[in-house]
Design a protein around this ligand. Structure first.
Ligand SMILES: [Zn+2]
Ligand SMILES: [Zn+2]
Length: 691
């Protein structure tokens, strides 16, 4: 075998071996021999068909080598590559470098990163040779929104001019513009300039379905070169959009977080709109934050990345303070509009004084009456969907809990049932407590449905509709509601955070905000940030053009800093306050958090294992500096049981600047060596929702 290899190398100066990455969650690359017939055909980024166990699978050629790498044991039998599937590499070297960075950063197997990045049809053995048969069908933009050409304001123009001077270098930018300041106009101008330079643009948005207006505007400017990519495309559509990205001509791709993996070879700019939005974090399999990966891709390609928001994430803002990102600001609303007038109502006090059974403050009811008379449209934001009512038992002094999950059941009027929002458990509501069997449960709390019912009953002439995931199940329905609202066929929308996303309606006179402080009781250090962002974003829907908007915030914690800085729309003060707190507690952005989650149906088995693993972890902490690494737990997670599985976690708090990937990979390898039975584990680097 060995002699043979040497003979090959002497006779042929071409490649002898390749490392291949395959779409399986394994950390290793696989080495194959290149048979003589395929020599000269292999370059990085091409797909190859390889034998894998008893099967044949498709992988991506990662390294091309002349000799067998030293890491491969000499005795191991090296198999041959079967075919090379592409004439041109599917992705270029910079792209592979970026994926490698992502795998390291998130301590995720390269194969898992690959299966996130590349459309699955490319890796399907059954589809070999048919990948290119699907014809690209342009996506239809049916809409009724007017799309005026906009002239940049002075302020917007200054920002654009400066950005245009940095298009040929890595240039990370936070564009902080108050709500309604016209960030999109700036993006569009930048994209136009990039296209003129024969390069393509990638435009990330939190949710495609919620931004029909934005799509219509982009289509108006970039018809013919606009591509759309999001998670509800079919496999074939994904493949066709991906192939279009390989075109040489400059194009614009707008899409949700997965669009970031588009294989453009001539990318000129990446835009991350509403960069604070939580949908940029993927919570399953490859758990990445698209905003961070956008920055790393831009750094590798030496291009600008523009992150825009009225309420930037503290992580991003911290990079500005440390001079890592450049800050640009838009202080004025377009069309000379002023920021809305926001007031807070102490609802706890009002409820006590009036003994009112209503969900809404009298002030909000008065405002609805007032603005309806003035023919103004209104939005009512509610923190939770449905009735979001818990069933409370006074004799146990607790709420009814799901038997599979450790969370409260919610009352649903349709069918009169108590439902679990974590699993599908449901039971008829008969008013009897499951714990003490006393009849006398009462329903507490409110959601979109109960608020809509109350407004409907008290203001019968107001035409209202509900906008939440229960009421709106598809995009067509959503577009219909937006169109009807734009045409003033609807007076008032009651909705969840769906109403806070970027659409501009110019006749909204009043916004009511309820339940903004609902998150503040959660054991989540990001709760304040989220409440502040929701408040400012929702309030920002009020008032446009020449008219001032009015906002009432109904709160049970009106003195909370999120509420106080929120009603003043003072991002900077809020950020200072919150960053000081985070620093004192050593939370991100002053550290990085890695969550190891452990799930098992058998609680004792889980506890026994974690007890054992704790000893191992203590050994790890002993060998590192206390200031560099803190290990919290193992502990039960705040939601301790979901779908019958017990949940425990270990949280690593790691000082910024330390190589997180290496440490996490070390712990992961240890877990794999233990061959856990009946226990699943998940690793979340830069974890967000830790409940
Ligand atoms: Zn449940
Ligand atoms: Zn009871």
């Amino acid at each position: 075998m060995k002699d043979n290899n040497q003979l090959d190398c002497v006779l042929c100066s071409d490649t002898g071996y390749v490392n291949v990455v395959v779409a399986v969650p394994l950390t290793t690359l696989f080495t194959y021999r290149v048979p003589r017939s395929l020599r000269g055909q292999l370059t990085r980024g091409k797909r190859v068909l390889v034998p894998f166990g008893r099967k044949q699978i498709i992988g991506i050629c990662w390294d091309v080598m002349t000799t067998l790498p030293a890491s491969v044991p000499q005795k191991q039998q090296i198999k041959d590559i079967l075919t090379v599937l592409d004439e041109q590499p599917l992705v270029d070297a910079a792209y592979l470098q970026w994926l490698e960075f992502a795998a390291d950063y998130y301590a995720t197997p390269l194969g898992q990163v690959l299966s996130q990045a590349i459309p699955s049809l490319y890796l399907d053995v059954q589809k070999i040779g048919k990948e290119h048969s699907y014809k690209y069908k342009p996506i239809n933009f049916s809409h009724d929104f007017s799309t005026k050409d906009v002239v940049l304001t002075n302020e917007q123009n200054l920002v654009y001019q400066s950005l245009a001077g940095h298009l040929d270098e890595y240039y990370p930018v936070l564009l902080r513009g108050v709500t309604g300041s016209g960030k999109t106009e700036v993006y569009i101008r930048v994209i136009k300039t990039v296209l003129q330079q024969n390069k393509s643009a990638l435009f990330l948005v939190p949710e495609i379905g919620l931004t029909p207006q934005m799509l219509a505007r982009l289509n108006h400017h970039f018809a013919g070169s606009l591509l759309v990519y999001h998670s509800s495309l079919t496999q074939n559509q994904r493949l066709s959009q991906w192939q279009s990205c390989l075109d040489e001509r400059p194009q614009v791709l707008v899409g949700t977080r997965s669009a970031l993996f588009a294989p453009f070879k001539n990318l000129g700019v990446i835009i991350v709109d509403e960069e604070h939005d939580h949908s940029y974090k993927q919570e399953e399999r490859f758990r990445y934050q698209a905003r961070n990966l956008a920055v790393s891709r831009a750094r590798i390609l030496k291009i600008p990345v523009i992150m825009g928001s009225a309420t930037p994430s503290l992580e991003t803002y911290y990079q500005v303070i440390n001079n890592k990102y450049h800050l640009y600001e838009l202080h004025a609303r377009s069309g000379g509009a002023s920021l809305p007038d926001i007031r807070v109502i102490h609802f706890g006090k009002e409820r006590e004084q009036r003994k009112t059974p209503l969900c809404l403050s009298q002030h909000i009811h008065d405002a609805i009456e007032h603005f309806h008379k003035k023919k103004k449209q209104m939005l009512i934001y509610v923190g939770q969907r449905g009735f979001a009512q818990s069933a409370y038992c006074a004799s146990c002094a607790t709420i009814q809990i799901c038997p599979n999950c450790s969370v409260g059941l919610k009352y649903h009027k349709e069918g009169r049932v108590l439902k679990c929002h974590y699993c599908d458990f449901a039971k008829p509501y008969d008013g009897v407590c499951a714990a003490c069997h006393v009849k006398g449960l009462t329903l507490l709390g409110f959601g979109t449905q109960s608020v809509a019912d109350e407004i409907g009953a008290m203001h019968p002439r107001v035409v209202l509709t509900r906008l939440d995931s229960d009421a709106v199940s598809n995009e067509r329905e959503l577009r219909r509601i937006f169109n009807d609202f734009a045409k003033h066929k609807i007076d008032l929308i009651v909705g969840t955070q769906m109403i806070s996303k970027g659409h501009d309606f110019d006749n909204i006179g009043f916004v009511g905000i309820l339940g903004i402080d609902a998150h503040l009781g959660l054991p989540d250090f990001r709760a304040s940030e989220r409440s502040f962002q929701n408040l400012v974003q929702v309030a920002g829907r009020a008032g446009r053009s020449d008219q001032k908007g009015h906002v009432l915030v109904q709160s049970l914690m009106p003195e909370h800093p999120s509420v106080q800085w929120g009603i003043r729309q003072d991002y900077q003060k809020f950020a200072q306050h919150e960053l000081a707190l985070r620093q004192a507690l050593g939370y991100p952005p002053f550290s990085r958090l890695v969550q190891f989650r452990f799930l098992s149906a058998q609680e004792q088995r889980l506890k026994n294992f974690l007890c054992e693993w704790k000893t191992f972890l203590d050994g790890v902490t002993c060998r590192t500096n206390q200031l560099d690494l803190q290990i919290l737990g193992p502990a039960e997670m705040p939601v301790a049981k979901v779908r019958g599985k017990y949940r425990h976690h270990v949280i690593l708090k790691i000082r910024r600047g330390l190589k997180v990937g290496d440490l996490v990979a070390y712990l992961r390898d240890d877990l794999d060596r233990r061959k856990l039975r009946g226990i699943q584990y998940q690793i979340d680097v830069d974890a967000v929702g830790m409940v």
